[in-house]
Design a protein around this ligand. Structure first.
Ligand SMILES: [Zn+2]
Length: 375
């Protein structure tokens, strides 16, 4: 009798293992097929002196629509675009959506990595567009509302096994030769101010100390205010630091041009919290930033501007609600989703399809960072 039970138990265990193995194998095959999606483009032509990429962390299509309901009209981010479409955001994860580290890496290097990895896969660094821009003599900058230690800015300026390896992120940023870092998280950076200054950066915490003649700049502030918070804060808005950074980089780069990444970090954070009002405030701040960047980019000329997101957060539903009817319950999740995200290009580019892989956005930036106009 006991022997029969043993045989039955063994049979069940073996079957379970086979099924699990089969399911796992199926997930690997499906993931590997996803990874075969195009990461490159053919047909891009022309040259741009400067390239600016803006990322609204966590911004899905419905975040924009809800924001526009409050704004009372379409965002300039949308109306000023010459081309628009959506980007796929999946990472190497077997199941589930990307995190901001993997999506930043995709947008910065054109390579899909596992969630958590910062421009590195299984210990191997992956060259980022920022590094390529430095090599090509362009001026470079990285801006993030929550501070440049976040996964998105790190994906553009650092290499690390994990997004939480903040020492590695800072150490690689300090040797990156990137000209400008700006954003929030003053408390964190104050502890590292000496290290930052020793690496040749002018460290400042007040926009009055923004020094256009400095060789390299590292500006940090208390949390950057949205428009409604502006009167209670001495810190600048994301739009203000972005414009100052562009003026600095344009001046510094001379004929060589610049590459700048700007992230509005809190659309994601507030969507994780299912906090509609705060999400909307940051959605408007992102549109303000894109709009201000487009104004100065037009002034400077010869500048390619792209605005997109890294992934959708919160499974936000929107069915034509008025501004007054928007509420926290329209979020259906507290985490990221696999939904495609919007992208906008403010120039006419050839050979760019309406639905892109996020790695193809990196490809576009890389194309124009590589194909330099005669200086
Ligand atoms: Zn998130």
């Amino acid at each position: 009798m006991k022997k029969k039970i043993l045989i039955a138990v063994t049979a069940v265990v073996v079957c379970a293992a086979l099924i699990t193995g089969g399911v796992f194998g199926g997930l690997v095959v499906a993931r590997n097929n996803r990874l075969k999606t195009d990461n490159e483009l053919t047909g891009l032509t022309g040259e741009y002196k400067n390239v600016i990429l803006l990322i609204g962390d966590g911004m899905g299509k419905n975040h924009m629509k809800a924001g526009e309901a409050v704004y009372g009209k379409d965002f300039e981010m949308r109306t000023r675009a010459v081309m628009a479409g959506e980007a796929m955001t999946f990472s190497r994860a077997l199941t589930g959506p990307t995190d901001s580290a993997a999506s930043a890496t995709a947008l910065s290097t054109g390579v899909k990595v596992d969630n958590g990895e910062i421009a590195r896969h299984k210990g191997e660094n992956i060259k980022s567009n920022m590094e390529l821009a430095v090599e090509n003599g362009m001026a470079t900058g990285v801006i993030a509302a929550e501070g440049v230690k976040g996964a998105t800015p790190a994906g553009f300026s650092a290499h690390a096994d994990d997004r939480n390896d903040l020492d590695d992120i800072l150490a690689t940023q300090l040797t990156s030769k990137i000209d400008l870092f700006m954003g929030g998280a003053k408390e964190y950076y104050d502890e590292h101010a000496e290290k930052i200054e020793n690496a040749g950066y002018k460290y400042f915490t007040d926009m009055n100390d923004f020094d256009n003649s400095a060789d390299k700049l590292w500006g940090v502030f208390e949390e950057l205010p949205t428009d409604s918070e502006k009167s209670n804060s001495t810190a600048p808005t994301l739009a203000q630091i972005s414009v100052a950074a562009i003026e600095y980089l344009d001046e510094k780069s001379g004929d060589n041009g610049f590459f700048l990444m700007i992230e509005e970090s809190y659309i994601d954070k507030m969507s994780h919290n299912n906090d509609m009002d705060e999400m909307l405030a940051h959605m408007l701040a992102y549109n303000d930033t894109v709009n201000a960047v487009l104004d100065i980019a037009e002034e400077i000329g010869d500048t390619l501007v792209i605005a997109t997101a890294d992934h959708e957060t919160g499974g936000l539903e929107y069915n034509g609600e008025t501004a007054a009817a928007l509420n926290d319950k329209m979020f259906t999740k507290t985490h990221h989703t696999k939904a495609n995200v919007p992208y906008f290009v403010y120039s006419k580019l050839d050979g760019v399809p309406e639905t892109l892989n996020n790695t193809q956005i990196a490809f576009i930036c890389r194309y124009y960072i590589t194909n330099r106009p005669a200086a």
